[in-house]
Write a protein that binds this ligand. Sequence first.
Ligand code: NI
Length: 226
Amino acid sequence: MAILKIAKMGDPVLRTPAQDVPDPTQPQIRALVSDMVETMVDAGGAGLAAPQVHVPLKIVIFYAPADGAEESVEEGAEEEAEQGAGDGAEAAGDPGALTILINPKIEPLTDEQAFGWEGCLSVPGMRGVVPRFTRIRYSGLDINGHPVSIEAEGFHARVVQHECDHLDGVLYPQRMTDLRLLGFNDEFDRHPLDLSPAQDEDEDGAADAADGADEPAGADGEPAKG
Ligand code: NI
């Protein structure tokens, strides 16, 4: 077990597409996943992708219910919203199960997107408002190489989209549609931004998708970081 160094935005590994894992049951993959978990916990993150620790393989880990129990996902998301999404998932109480997902694929189950706050361990000290599909299905392999296919919505769906973007070399600021809503945590803490009114002020039609009230959009807290 080891705490790994986390790559920061600007490191080429973060914009390089990751490769498939040929055999998730290999000991070195298990060792890597173990180190990723330790690294994520140490950094206070809600998720982590292998490229963030300089390994260009399709592996993501995150906290979220793994059994498709949508009701508990929504409760979790609302709980996090009420608490400002905390500094990492653990601040919101039970973070849910740790999910390890290998060679993932995402299929949106709706055209609807919602705006919500996101942070990233590779973009330290900042957060931004990002549109994400509200319902997805994700599939891939678990740590034993068994296929998984799970429907997710709300915060769960957001985290998975954020982490899987890392495998395509994409960071959340690249998904943002209004870069005025990207900033430093201490400034957003000093000048709380209520997400819905901020979107309503938009002149570019973004407001029609600003129904992210169930997202972890605390006015004065940090989002879960992935
Ligand atoms: Ni991230």
